[in-house]
Write a protein that binds this ligand. Structure first.
Ligand code: ADP
Ligand code: MG
Length: 593
């Protein structure tokens, strides 16, 4: 094929593809426009997760009728004049591409009126073809109606995910903007359902509750910091936000949100700076939750890196990263001082997650391989080989020996004696394992005894979580939960597995959706197992909970009966074994140390 210029529609569809990937991208561009227009209220209405309709209305400054046609053309913007301006951008938009892009891949109607104008004006763009501007009645502000997204780009349409997923993306986006702009009133609806409504009174906690649920929001730590290392005050960096205490974690980075100068940025190395701040405070594979707002002098940030403006670069990256890391670290320590552990005999990394790990390098010359348990019943095979990392199945004897209960310490660990030394048992991890095996055993027999609640409980969930739970109702029904969608993001729990009798149904429901990965295995059985493990974790006794001697004893017996008693269903050790052999070495009774 000889080289030729692309037809304008083709070129504009290609360009649109960079900006608009899914309904949430349309919502993002329109919200940004509304915010740039100084709006106090933004309403977002969707139908069919935005495939059928997305309508975003604001009460901002509006567009004069004689500029309407220009507004929907490519590279037309009121926010930037010269190339130099690119490096002092204080608006969210500047590329002049969004409206043109949206118009080229949908049927878009834009109605706008500026204050003082007699009437509003209206323009329609269908698949890139602009109609005439007409006069119409309208309130001051702008409303953009986007129908049949990707109707003329079937290839793109096919890449859209399920309604639930697309809706979640929209919910997540609107909620995040609501958080970043608490002075603006946001309302998001899908059909007749209101999925988010904020008051615009500046209170971020209330919006955090909508995003994460009340319980989680309550625990988040508020942080604030300013970096004045530069003599020029206009060069200072500011940070505000919320971070999770070390006890509150997620299995992925999805709940880490950064805003830079009011712009949501994703896939940013800033995330690593934040995770660094938690260094040694979280278990491997666990991540904090955080919502961080950074204010950085505009000339220090390059926002023109990515067509969707989802990435930014910093002129002095080290300064920004270092600042974020110190600010978060300091905030964490201020709220929860990390216990200063003197490198004592056990060299334990006393972490606030209450994980204890033995420093095996003290007992052996090998590098410390992490928390370990020795295979039970091998007292006769000295020297105690540095056991394989604890993992029930991997050990020769996966069963635990008969244990004699000594008592509970720190309201967290059970101390017991076995034939071969001392066993410290993490009561939470152990109970988690016990519940999980019981539930899965009943599940395999296809008879999980379900127990009706005396009075059904209604549980309210954040919109995203509610959307997710709806897709999992049949799965949890298999696990013995009778739950009904009650509308407006609430659910009625009628019965629970008998195993959890007396537990809080709300905790169980939240556990189902917590940490749910979008791409979790499609295998029903695997999903059920994962959900079961999550629920068991939530409902197991907690660290810090005093247990009666009878309860301690029962837990020990139950654990002995488990098939894989040495780890919790999430792979954490349930116990640490201090063999007589090892105690003798440590006390210098045996071997040369
Ligand atoms: P950009 O936001 O990058 O300038 P857009 O294509 O999103 O490009 O919008 C083009 C122009 O239309 C904007 O520069 C602005 O002047 C005007 N505009 C778009 N949306 C609104 C709105 N909601 N209120 C007022 N003006 C708007
Ligand atoms: Mg824009």
């Amino acid at each position: 094929m000889p080289i030729h210029l692309l037809a304008p529609e083709v070129a504009s569809q290609i360009a649109a593809g960079e900006v608009i990937e899914r309904p949430a991208s349309v919502v993002k561009e329109l919200i940004e426009n509304a915010l740039d227009a100084g709006t106090r209220t933004i309403t977002v209405a969707t139908l069919e997760a935005g495939r059928r309709l997305i309508e975003v209305a604001d009460d901002g400054c509006g567009i004069p009728s004689d500029e309407l046609a220009l507004a929907v053309s490519r590279h037309a913007t009121s926010k930037l004049a010269r190339a130099e301006d690119l490096f002092r951008i204080s608006t969210l938009g500047f590329r002049g591409e969004a409206l043109a892009s949206i118009g080229s891949i949908s049927r878009m109607t834009l109605v706008s009126r500026v204050a003082g104008a007699q009437a509003g004006a209206r323009i329609r763009v269908e698949g890139g073809r602009e109609g005439k501007v007409s006069t119409t009645g309208a309130p001051v502000g702008t409303s953009v109606r986007v129908e049949d997204l990707f109707y003329n780009v079937p290839a793109r349409y096919k890449f859209l995910k399920s309604d639930v997923t697309e809706r979640r993306a929209v919910d997540a986006l609107v909620t995040r903007y609501a958080l970043a702009y608490p002075q603006v009133r946001f309302k998001l609806t899908e059909g007749k359902n209101i999925t988010l409504q904020t008051s615009g009174d500046g209170d971020r906690r209330a919006i955090l509750a909508a995003l994460y649920g009340v319980e989680t929001a309550r625990q988040l730590l508020e942080i604030q910091a300013q970096d004045d290392s530069s003599p020029d005050p206009s060069q200072s960096l500011k940070l505000t936000g919320y971070v999770s205490p070390t006890a509150l974690t997620r299995s992925n980075r999805r709940d880490i949100t950064f805003f830079v100068n009011g712009r949501w940025v994703q896939d940013t190395p800033l995330t690593s700076a934040l995770i660094q701040a938690y260094h040694t405070l979280l278990m491997v594979g666990r991540y904090p939750l955080a919502v961080i707002f950074l204010e950085i002098p505009p000339q220090e940030v390059d926002v023109n890196v990515h067509p969707a403006k989802a990435e930014v670069r910093f002129r002095n990256q080290d300064r920004v990263f270092g600042f974020v890391q110190r600010a978060v670290r300091r905030g964490l320590l201020a709220y929860a001082p990390v216990p200063q552990v003197t490198p004592a005999l056990w060299g334990s990394q006393a972490e606030s997650t209450r994980q204890v790990s033995l420093d095996w390098s003290l007992a052996h010359d090998e590098p410390r391989p992490g928390p370990q348990v020795q295979p039970a019943g091998n007292a006769s095979s000295p020297p105690a080989a540095p056991a394989a990392p604890i993992n029930g199945e991997a050990l020769p004897a996966s069963r635990v020996p008969l244990l004699r209960l000594i008592g509970q310490i720190g309201a967290t660990y059970l101390v017991s004696e076995g034939p071969d030394g001392l066993y410290l048992i993490d009561q939470h991890a152990a109970h988690e394992r016990v519940l999980f095996e019981k539930l899965m055993a009943q599940h395999e027999m296809r008879q999980i005894p379900s127990q009706a609640l005396l009075s059904p409980v209604v549980v309210q969930l954040p919109p995203a979580a509610a959307g997710l739970l709806k897709t999992q109702l049949s799965v949890i029904a298999h696990l013995g939960f009778e739950v009904e969608d009650f509308g407006s993001n609430s659910f009625q729990v009628r019965s629970m597995p008998g195993l959890f009798a007396g537990s809080d149904p709300a905790l169980a429901l939240r556990a189902v959706v917590e940490d749910f990965e979008e791409d979790e295995t499609p295998l029903q059985n695997e999903i059920e197992k994962k959900l079961a493990a999550r629920v068991c974790k939530r409902l197991a006794v907690k660290a810090g909970q005093v247990l009666s001697p009878e309860e301690q004893h029962a837990l020990l017996i139950d654990l002995e009966k488990c098939d894989s008693p040495r780890t919790c269903p999430h792979g954490r050790p349930t116990m640490i074994h201090l063999s007589v052999e090892m105690l003798e070495r440590q006390f210098g009774r045996k071997g040369a140390r």
